[in-house]
Design a binder for this molecule. Structure first.
Ligand SMILES: *Cc1c(COP(=O)(O)O)cnc(C)c1O
Length: 396
């Protein structure tokens, strides 16, 4: 690939080293990605400024419509961020304090924090050791008379086993809220051959447009999706101070809007989403190939029911020092991350919640062994060669 952005001062000081030619490696390279769509983005943003429709301007409705078409779902309700999306979803289902919500502990904190914020009770389920997503048998074992909802997370870009989860939900009459912040664009195939976008099977799906997400804005953003007309009305009202008619507030809501500037940017980036996913998959394929013969490295499992959109490329390491690798890579200017160093059931935040379930062997096992390598749309072969050879120098 050509067209690197070369900072001359930086590079001249590294002349004759390997870094001389190579673009610095980042977990996510949003600067280079922007350069490729700069003209379109700049025009769209300036249009918003000139229209001065800063709140709920036309791009917001345009984006909601475009995303609903992309996902093949009836309603998309834009909101301020992915955490709000989860909160509004839970509020719309009329859950009461003390109701139990089954959710993985092995996830970003937003998923479980919102449960606690609403004074619902988080009950942590185990994850599948291969897919990193919530385990259906574990869900089943945790159901009580107080269980009201299941919140699966499509972690790292691959869908949880929605067929099994929906079966349990139907059996026990539970709501399902899919946290799709990491997997937008992923397809899940049911055993009858029906294919759906992740986040569109449950009662409600939520997502985040945090800049580093697969569909990222240039600031915060989020959205909630549903096929249920009544749920959609409630979601819209709650996101707008509980009002359906201005100044008449029928229920307690909040103020959560997608910014018009962000919507204008997302309209452009949504058109690129499938290309972005393809670029991420190419990176994952390269890594898979490079690590295939190393017994200490388990590359991400590819579930045949769900294609992987590689929000993260996460390895499981055995028989080697994971944190040592993290430091070794850092010493070679290669970022790597531990997602996440402390699982939910070990966070102090939940100390006051009795019966949340602390017995999570797989979650604890994974927490000590996972490491995520850079994956984004702008990685080139030279960078990938340098990353993989560095990993293999350490993990022998
Ligand atoms: C990013 C993320 C969120 C929260 O999104 P924000 O927009 O940062 O509020 C929620 N759940 C998961 C799994 C995420 O990765």
């Amino acid at each position: 690939m050509s067209g690197y952005i070369v900072d001359k001062g930086f590079y001249s000081s590294f002349a004759r080293t390997q870094l001389y030619r190579m673009k610095p490696i980042q977990m996510v390279d949003l600067k280079s990605q922007y350069q490729k769509i700069k003209n379109e983005i700049d025009t769209a943003v300036i249009d918003v400024f000139e229209s001065a429709a800063f709140i709920n301007g036309q791009p917001v409705q345009q984006f909601a419509k475009a995303l609903s078409e992309y996902l093949d779902i009836n309603h998309v309700v834009p909101c301020a961020n992915g955490t709000d999306a989860l909160q509004i979803a839970m509020m719309a289902l009329g859950l009461q304090p003390g109701d139990e919500v089954i959710t993985p502990s092995f996830t970003y904190i937003a998923t479980t924090e919102v449960v606690a914020l609403l004074r619902l009770k988080p009950v942590f389920a185990e994850v599948n050791k291969k897919t990193f997503c919530i385990d259906a048998d574990s869900i089943r074992s945790l159901i009580t008379a107080k269980t009201k909802a299941i919140v699966p997370v499509h972690l790292y870009g691959q869908s949880a086993d929605m067929e099994a989860i929906m079966q349990i939900a139907e059996e026990y009459n539970l709501f399902v809220i899919e946290d799709n912040a990491q997997a937008i664009g992923c397809d899940y195939t049911f055993s009858n051959g029906i294919k759906k976008k992740s986040g569109t099977t449950g009662t409600i799906g939520t997502t985040s447009f945090f800049p580093s997400k697969n569909l990222g804005a240039y600031g915060d953003g989020g959205a909630i999706f549903t096929n249920d007309d009544r749920v959609a009305e409630k979601l819209k009202m709650i996101a707008n101070h509980g009002q359906s008619k201005r100044y008449y507030h029928d229920m307690v809501g909040c103020n959560s809007r997608l910014d018009t500037v962000q919507a204008a940017i997302l309209n452009i980036k949504l058109r690129e989403l499938d290309n972005y996913i393809a670029a991420r998959r190419k990176v994952a394929d390269y890594y898979d190939h490079a690590f295939a013969n190393n017994k200490k490295i388990t590359a991400p499992y590819r579930d045949e029911k769900s294609n992987h959109v590689f929000h993260q490329y996460t390895l499981i390491l055995e028989g080697t020092d994971r944190d040592g690798l993290n430091q070794y890579l850092a010493s070679k200017n290669i970022p790597s991350m531990i997602y996440y160093p402390v699982p939910g059931h070990r966070q102090k935040m939940f100390d006051a919640f009795d019966g949340k379930n602390d017995d999570l062997e797989v979650t604890d096992w994974l927490t000590e062994r996972v490491i995520s390598l850079p994956v984004h749309t702008e990685l080139d072969e030279e960078q990938l060669r340098y990353i993989t050879s560095s990993v293999l120098e350490y993990v022998q």
